[in-house]
Design a protein around this ligand. Structure first.
Ligand code: SAM
Length: 251
């Protein structure tokens, strides 16, 4: 019961929890009088974190990171890193992830399986327009623009550094464009398909916007997050985190 609740936490919190619990275990062993060389303590921390990360159902890339983190921390420990390096890192992280704290929509990505299933939800006729509301690093936009050169694909992203990555990624694609700004300021009437992978928080307001602005005959797709009180016409399971799916409304 507790474990399934913990599995619902965002990966970054599960990763922190695993490192924290592993550290508590290491601390306990030290308090009990165990004496070991420094590097063995680091190894114990890494093994504990990996074990707990698996129990918390973190993906393989997170587990690799969890194993490396204690060694990285030890390597940096006592190193004379200039203060500005930390400042630059902090600003870069704030520019990528800071927006999530304000909008309560964190940055995470749809799986390649979701991209493939989105292909099947694009109109057959050429010249259609698709928008990804909160496009992150632009994975879905870039993929779809490549497989459907007959469509126009737009991504809208509020976090500047994230926008920059998506913009650079889509630069070689003539039928893809990435706008910097808030999805709330975008006019949706020009789009035939609107896709969003946000969080439960904005879904009611987004639905109101979709109903107001999308033309009849358009399609709205939400990755995983329901619209309160609105049953989708189709639900398509996709690979990724627990319960990942595409919810599809024909307007
Ligand atoms: C969960 S990610 C989804 C990324 C991508 N759409 C995908 O499916 O892989 C959500 C993104 O929406 C962005 N976002 C959140 N609120 C936004 C807003 N009001 N306007 C534009 N982008 C927003 C976040 O910065 C984040 O990059």
């Amino acid at each position: 019961m507790l474990l399934s609740l913990l599995h619902r936490l965002p990966p970054v919190l599960r990763a922190l929890l695993a490192q924290g619990l592993a550290f508590a275990g290491v601390l306990l062993l030290a308090r009990l009088g165990l004496r070991l060389p420094g590097i063995v303590w680091v190894l114990l921390q890494a093994v504990g974190a990996v074990f707990l990360s698996r129990a918390l159902a973190l993906e393989v890339r997170w587990i690799v990171l969890q194993a490396a983190l204690p060694f990285l921390a030890r390597a940096l420990w006592g190193l004379a890193v200039p203060g500005w390096v930390y400042l630059v890192l902090f600003v870069a992280l704030a520019l990528v992830f800071g927006g999530g704290l304000l909008t309560r929509v964190p940055l995470y990505h749809a799986s390649r399986d979701a991209w493939a299933k989105l292909e099947g939800l694009l109109p057959d006729r050429p010249g259609f327009a698709f928008v990804d509301l909160g496009c992150g690093f632009g994975g879905p936009v870039a993929h779809l623009a490549r497989v459907r050169p007959d469509g126009r694909f737009t991504g809208i992203e509020a976090s500047p550094l994230t926008w920059l990555v998506a913009w650079l990624r889509c630069l070689p694609l003539p039928n893809a464009s990435i706008r910097l700004g808030s999805l709330w300021r975008a006019e949706l009437a020009a789009f035939d398909v609107a896709y969003a992978f946000l969080s439960p928080v904005p879904m009611a307001a987004l639905w109101a916007k979709v109903r107001r602005e999308l033309k009849p005959g358009s399609r709205f797709i939400s990755h995983s997050f329901e619209v309160p009180g609105e049953t989708p016409q189709r639900t398509i399971p996709v690979a990724g985190r627990d319960g990942a799916r595409l919810l599809v409304w024909e307007l």
